[in-house]
Design a protein around this ligand. Structure first.
Ligand code: NAD
Length: 323
């Protein structure tokens, strides 16, 4: 079974490539290394290609002839998307459309898409369900919501089969310690807190302490990257077994506040670091938690690492190995 992974040199994609390789899938990665690393691709060939090079991508697809494509490649920083929306619509929407056009022309039918909780914007009800309205509030979220719409239309028109996975806050690292998050610059809370613990940054900021939550800070649903990869493997099997196109939330169904996460990072690392309380950032929902009933019931997915301290431990183990 052959699987092509875009963005397989990045944080989540590299964990997927590792798992596919361990399970005996033939895997090929396309990544332009803009935010990924060669060393992170532990199985199969890495083609250093930008997805905007549609002719080259087509040639790779034609030669490899995958049974499925898992599409992680994207630009991922929300504030950057506000400053430079063209980059996000080009990379996340246009490049995905071109990839899909190639798949349809080459009769490659199965597609798994990295969507995001950002498609919900500021939800009216939490935990948020797949059927709740999509109201993204920034170009990053909109660039992904547009792809979800495109996927529906292409699925109806051309018989493309897809699973769109809406990730909540992905965190942690490979429990074997071989790979982990190595962004050029991380905006993720757990990673930044660990960098503060390491002394790599002088302090960490809490954006807003007056939200209507128990301790006034925002609540997010943190999912361990290995559990998220399980969801991809299950979705892959589902599609290959002729499952119909669908959309699933990927989260644990409960959340932790920013203060709870910082407390847990201090506990796991044993290091006290400086924390500064800052103003709210525009567009941060007070609570963003997945209703994960659908993926549990329909795909029989279940988390193995639903434990904040374990998530932090794996991330810390990884963080200590990189400079
Ligand atoms: N990390 C999270 O918490 C989170 C949450 C929701 C959704 N997602 C989605 O998951 C996916 C993976 O995210 P990640 O955190 O691993 O990010 P990442 O930046 O580590 O991975 C993305 C990879 O894609 C590559 N890439 C980007 N543009 C490319 C292009 N034009 N051509 C070829 N390669 C390109 C980058 O070099 C990088 O290796 C993204 O689609 C992101 O939107 C992530």
């Amino acid at each position: 079974m052959r699987v092509l992974v875009t963005g397989g040199a990045g944080y989540i994609g590299s964990h997927c490539v590792k798992r596919l390789g361990e399970l005996g899938y033939e895997v090929l990665t396309i990544d332009n290394l803009s935010n990924g690393n060669k060393w992170a691709v532990l199985y199969g060939e890495l083609k250093v290609v930008d997805l905007s090079d549609t002719a080259k991508v087509r040639e790779i697809l034609k030669n490899f002839n995958p049974d499925a494509v898992i599409h992680f490649a994207a630009s991922i920083v929300v504030p950057e998307s506000v400053k430079n929306p063209i980059k996000y619509y080009k990379n996340n929407t246009e490049n995905t459309l071109n990839l899909l056009k190639n798949l349809i022309e080459l009769d490659i039918k199965n597609f798994i898409f990295s969507s995001t909780a950002a498609v919900y914007g500021i939800p009216d009800t939490v935990p948020v369900k797949e059927t709740d309205p999509l109201n993204p509030i920034n170009p990053y979220g909109r660039s992904k919501a547009m792809v979800e719409q495109i996927l529906q239309d292409l699925s109806n028109a051309y018989g493309l089969k897809y699973v769109s996975l809406r990730y909540f806050n992905v965190a942690g690292a490979d429990p074997e310690g071989k790979i982990g998050q190595a962004y050029r610059e991380s905006t993720h809370l757990i990673t930044r807190a660990l960098k503060a613990a390491k002394g790599e940054i002088p302090y960490i900021e809490i954006y807003g302490t007056d939200y209507p939550t128990t301790d006034g800070t925002c609540i997010r649903d943190y999912i361990h990257v290995s559990d998220l990869i399980d969801a991809h493997l299950i979705a892959l099997k589902y599609l290959l077994d002729n499952g119909q196109s669908d959309v699933f939330n990927c989260g644990y169904g409960h959340g932790y506040s920013v203060k709870e996460v910082i407390y847990a990072v201090k506990k796991v690392t044993g290091i006290d670091f400086k924390v500064i309380e800052a103003d709210r950032r525009p567009g941060d929902p007070p609570r963003l938690v997945a209703d994960s009933t659908k993926i549990k019931e329909k795909l029989n997915w279940g988390p193995k690492y639903d434990d904040l301290e374990f998530i932090i431990k794996t991330a810390w183990q990884w963080e200590k190995t990189i400079s």
